[in-house]
Design a protein around this ligand. Structure first.
Ligand code: NAP
Length: 249
């Protein structure tokens, strides 16, 4: 039986994770920790795996706590820049339990993982690539972790293929209507009541376009990936970024 602590247990994702873990075979929720709770409750309850769906401002403290106490962590919270990733790696390197594993997955849904894979595969074959991510307006950060990761994979694939820079004749854009960029890849963030989590990767070449679109219609779509992470994280010491590394086995 895997004993699981859920950080952000009262949140939208956290509540769903608690239900999914309790309904799954071979695991149980032993600690539900939210914003005013002491994380040490996870140790007292005998948790060996923590799941974190909290807030970009809270997740690093939680991961430092997990690394120091040898608790494996499965993380869905967004906002991981290269500096933050490096900080987590440093804590893991200093951990008194070197076998501690952390999985940070920008997206736990299978469809989104495939969308990222297909986008990276297609990116060097087209002249232009732009990403539009669309989410509910209660989301704290932009761009989404999924868009950030997709852009990184697109940039990496194009660098390896020595692709030319994207064509863009814009010389006047005083109010940033062209959106932001991640590693040179344009990313546009939409926040709209009624949406959950959606993304389009637009690819263009002369005379044709390809759109790869993924829609999360219900938070339940993330649960099989989260449960896979909980089952496998102890087999992957150190930091893993991306659920695809657990699927390829
Ligand atoms: P949410 O409803 O705001 O839930 C976050 C919960 O964490 C809230 O109850 C919040 O409490 C709590 N919290 C804040 N600080 C905490 C701390 N230090 N310790 C413990 N709990 C704390 O947000 P959500 O929609 O569930 O999303 C949570 C995160 O997951 C976001 O970063 C989102 O982008 C990400 N996400 C990832 C995936 C994926 O597949 N990777 C999918 C969906 C969402 P308060 O409300 O009192 O602050």
């Amino acid at each position: 039986m895997i004993n699981v602590a859920v950080f952000g247990a009262a949140g939208r994702m956290g509540q769903q994770v608690c239900d999914a873990v309790d309904e799954a075979d071979g695991m149980q929720v032993v600690a539900r920790i939210d914003v005013d709770d002491d994380p040490k409750a996870a140790i007292a309850a005998g948790a060996t795996v923590a799941v974190d769906f909290t807030h970009p401002q809270a997740v690093l403290d939680n991961l430092e706590f997990c690394a120091r106490n040898g608790i494996h962590a499965v993380v869905g919270t967004s906002g991981f820049t290269p500096d933050r990733i490096a900080q987590v790696q440093a804590w893991l390197a200093e951990s008194p339990s070197p076998s501690t594993g952390v999985l940070i997955a920008p997206n736990f849904s299978l469809g989104a993982v495939l969308m990222m894979k297909f986008a990276a595969q297609a990116a060097p074959l087209f002249e232009s690539v732009e990403i539009i991510e669309l989410h509910h307006p209660d989301k704290a950060d932009a761009p989404s972790g999924t868009a950030q990761r997709t852009a990184e994979l697109v940039a990496q694939a194009r660098a390896e293929a020595r692709s030319a820079p994207f064509p863009d004749a814009t010389t006047y854009d005083a109010d940033h209507h062209r959106g932001g960029t991640v590693q040179g890849v344009p990313v546009h963030s939409v926040r709209l009541r009624g949406l959950i989590a959606h993304q389009e990767v637009l690819l263009g070449a002369k005379g044709e376009t390809l759109t790869i679109r993924h829609d999360s219609l219900d938070r339940v779509s993330f649960m099989p990936g989260v449960l896979l992470g909980v089952r496998r994280v102890a087999e992957h010491p150190g930091l893993t970024v991306g659920l695809e590394h657990y699927l390829d086995q």
